[in-house]
Design a protein around this ligand. Sequence first.
Ligand code: SAH
Length: 357
Amino acid sequence: MMDKMNGKQDIRSLPFEALKDEIIKLGMPAFRAKQIYNWIHVKLVMDFEEMKNISRGDRERLKDIFYLDPMAVRDVQISSIDGTRKYLFLLSDGTMIESVWMEYHHGNSVCISSQAGCRMGCKFCASTIDGLARNLSVGEMLAQVYAITRDTGKRVSNVVVMGSGEPLDNYDQLLTFLHMISDEQGLCISQRNLTVSTCGLVPKILELAEEGLSITLAISLHAPDDALRQTMMPIARVYSIKQILEACRVYYGKTGRRLTFEYSLVKDVNDTRHHALKLAELLRGMNCHVNLIPVNPIKERKFQQSDRTNQQEFKKLLEKNGINATIRREMGRDIDGACGQLRRRHMDGQNGNTIKA
Ligand code: SAH
């Protein structure tokens, strides 16, 4: 993880109290911490030089021990269909990460990455093909939202941690991120508007249930039985659907938050009537919502999208059986849509850190 660059600490990763301690240690007055925190987390500056009310001397001292990643934009793809923007950021150590901006009627949403690459190995996902490069720091998660807010000039109302990576595999950083992005001293995005998507790391779901957060938890299910799920997601060999659903019940019991289940529809793999009925059976009685995602084909894999009629049929069968379901609107169909595709296009074969000339 990148909390340090050339021995310097990532100042954006520090929660207010921690920043205050550091500032006092530097011999600066405590109110300076408030000003600096505000520059970073409200005014969203990307450079110490932008901190106008901090004296040049103090800025220099900050620069001696801290760094602030400028979040260089390596590429942006803008959909001509719906205005969706896909950003590729180049971090200070050469790592590249993707984030997505989507405009909906109910507000603007940013989808962020929690790791560079991923080690979960889901068969249909582009982010995991080269494995995990590294965890992202708290600051690097925040900065994706900040850089996009600056670039669009519009307020972000929802953040979904559904980009590259498995957020619960970077748990401590994720948790601090969730606190800081919803904090009154920062962008103050309501926790109800934050969603974390997981492939189902059961112990971490149980841990998250205890944190007193009111975020939405989304579970990537993708199959109604373990045998099929194991062919799509290696993690299914570690945790059974039964264990996941038990953890979900605990999560709901503790938080009162309705769960979302994600189900990517893959032609002839998991999209038949039989699968829909089995899924409905599985989720019966749970306060949940099923998000059906027509699988986004990636060139490295053979998975095909379900036919439109199958998608509709699947949704109707769930609804008939009392399960709430929506088919996720495909945003940015004309740009590299699937998680990790843009990053991969810019990467040199196996090495997650190498940039193509
Ligand atoms: N690791 C987390 C979050 C990242 S992926 C998780 O597994 O939930 C966000 C969602 O997109 C997951 O449901 C994932 O399974 C799904 N996804 C990944 N690649 C996809 C693709 N090519 N088409 C459709 N959905 C995909």
